[in-house]
Design a protein around this ligand. Structure first.
Ligand SMILES: Cc1cc2nc3c(=O)[nH]c(=O)nc-3n(C[C@H](O)[C@H](O)[C@H](O)COP(=O)(O)OP(=O)(O)OC[C@H]3O[C@@H](n4cnc5c(N)ncnc54)[C@H](O)[C@@H]3O)c2cc1C
Length: 461
């Protein structure tokens, strides 16, 4: 591990004091990626007593997909990215996903695999596997908040709205799951939606809504930065920012990463043109979209597919029209959440072939995706946002063909993956980080075996 100073306070602070009865083997762990998943993993590893080094190619954390999140913290059965409502309609972007896969074989195969989960029983089975991770994530977040009293623009209340009767029918399996798992919620008529949230209009007609008054929205990049700040203060985690991992080496019992020399950097590697290598007891790949090439070089090909998502940050046009809870277009998966005097509108998914993802989207498609966001805002809360003055942003998320992230050990005893959380990955990151930290510590994670198996990388083989 590079440098020793950051580890000087190991086990020396109250917040991270190692709980009695835990394994005492302290490891050096490299986490690749400084998005919410990497930062949350580093936090949990540190809390378990390990020494951690986070390598991030940007100058600070939360600059990838994490930067553009839509605000929802934990997914409900209504907004996981699989199931009866996901890409259910084949007509244009009525389902909120602009599909431009063309004749690309792997992309079409990916859509076909996800479509299999539209069948209610398959959806319920898959949600049952994900649910323990959602609950573990809820607990992990609550624990962090209780320890450090972080403020990251938390706001309670999400109101999911559904347009047509047919779409309402498609949400029934999700509503059944809410009842089965006793998730607190209220099914509302359009009039009740409008009475609860004054900014929602009952004209044109819509079918109904589901209110989660205990679920929350918040600011994900702010949360990630606060966690980093906490780790900087507590010690034990070193952030190597502006450094890119070019390869992972797994030789016998040894694990290490190679760093790309930065142009103009005054490091030994840049001067000698040699590659900087750092060794560790374990490596966690939590590099979002960047995880795939790193793993492919090791011979692990994960069938995760990139999905481009958009958001708009728009000034509030008329305060009296602005919502006081987050509004979610349940079928188009568009979230409108308030941040002070602005609205953050996120969604507008574009599904392309994987080979297209590094190229610019093009003006026409970008316009089409942003128009979905503008239209949803106009449909549900007319007059609330000044869309003409909104700032657009786009980011790429990895989605798996079975809707679940990839979390756990892979290929080699020292290699761990934490990626593919899809467009509902923020809150999940906290539970996923805990799970990885438990596995590295040799501790049995607090989630059932069927969930662990459903998250493993080798489930695709
Ligand atoms: C527009 C949009 C809206 C969203 N809305 C929501 C929402 O409302 N709720 C929700 O839960 N989720 C939402 N998501 C999804 C959520 O943001 C992601 O699931 C989450 O941010 C994933 O975090 P990550 O750390 O895996 O990826 P990232 O944030 O992309 O982080 C990966 C990091 O790894 C770094 N990296 C990559 N390769 C390397 C390398 N070789 N060396 C060093 N560093 C490397 C990258 O620079 C990056 O910082 C949304 C996503 C988008 C794009």
């Amino acid at each position: 591990m590079p440098g020793s100073a950051p580890h000087a306070t190991l086990n020396g602070n109250a917040a991270f004091r190692r709980p009695a009865g835990k394994s005492n083997q302290i490891m050096d762990v490299i986490v690749i990626g400084g998005g919410i998943v990497g930062v949350a993993t580093a936090y949990q590893l540190r809390a378990a007593g390990h020494r951690v080094c986070v390598v991030e190619r940007h100058a600070t954390v939360a600059q990838g997909a994490t930067y553009g999140h839509g605000g929802t913290v934990l997914p409900t059965p209504l907004d996981v990215w699989f199931g009866p409502t996901f890409m259910a309609s084949r007509q244009g972007a009525k389902n909120g996903v602009i599909s431009k896969t063309g004749f690309n074989g792997p992309a079409r195969q990916f859509v076909k695999q996800l479509a299999a989960l539209q069948e209610p029983e398959a959806f319920s089975r898959q949600y049952a596997r994900l649910r323990p991770l959602i609950e573990a994530s809820r607990e992990a977040m609550a624990d962090i908040e209780a320890r450090f009293g972080l403020e990251f623009e938390q706001a309670s209340g999400l109101l999911y709205l559904v347009r047509s009767e047919q779409e309402w029918q498609q949400t029934q399996t999700a509503l059944d799951l809410l009842r089965e798992y006793e998730v607190p919620h209220h099914v509302l008529t359009p009039a009740e939606c409008a009475a609860y949230e004054h900014s929602v209009r009952t004209e044109p007609e819509f079918t109904g809504g589901v209110l989660f008054d205990h679920e929350r929205t918040a600011n994900c990049p702010l949360f990630a930065k606060l966690i980093k700040q906490t780790l900087d203060t507590e010690g034990g985690v070193q952030f190597m920012l502006g450094c890119e991992v070019s390869a992972i080496r797994l030789e016998g019992q040894r694990a290490s990463v190679e760093l790309t020399p930065r142009p103009g950097a005054n490091s030994t590697a840049a001067r000698s043109r040699e590659v900087d290598v750092i060794n560790a007891d374990a490596i966690v790949v939590a590099a979002g979209q960047g995880s795939l090439p790193l793993l492919e070089r090791l011979g692990l090909r994960l069938p995760l597919h990139p999905l481009r998502l958009h958001n708009l940050v728009a000034p509030i046009a008329h305060e009296e029209c602005a919502p006081h809870v987050a509004i979610v277009d349940a079928i188009k998966r568009i979230t409108i959440s308030r941040m002070n005097h602005r609205l953050r509108i996120a969604g507008g998914a574009v599904l392309q072939s994987a080979g297209q993802i590094d190229k610019p989207l093009g003006e026409a498609l970008t316009k089409e995706a942003l128009a979905l966001l503008g239209q949803a805002t106009h449909d549900w809360i007319p007059g609330a946002a000044r869309i003409s003055a909104a700032l657009p942003w786009e980011g790429v998320k990895l989605l798996s063909p079975d809707g679940l992230p990839v979390i756990g050990n892979a290929l080699h005893p020292r290699l761990f993956v934490n990626a593919g959380h899809g467009p509902a990955g923020w809150g999940l990151a906290c539970g996923a980080g805990k799970l990885v930290a438990d596995l590295i510590s040799g501790k049995t994670p607090d989630v059932p075996a069927h969930t662990l198996a459903a998250l493993r990388a080798d489930r695709f083989q």
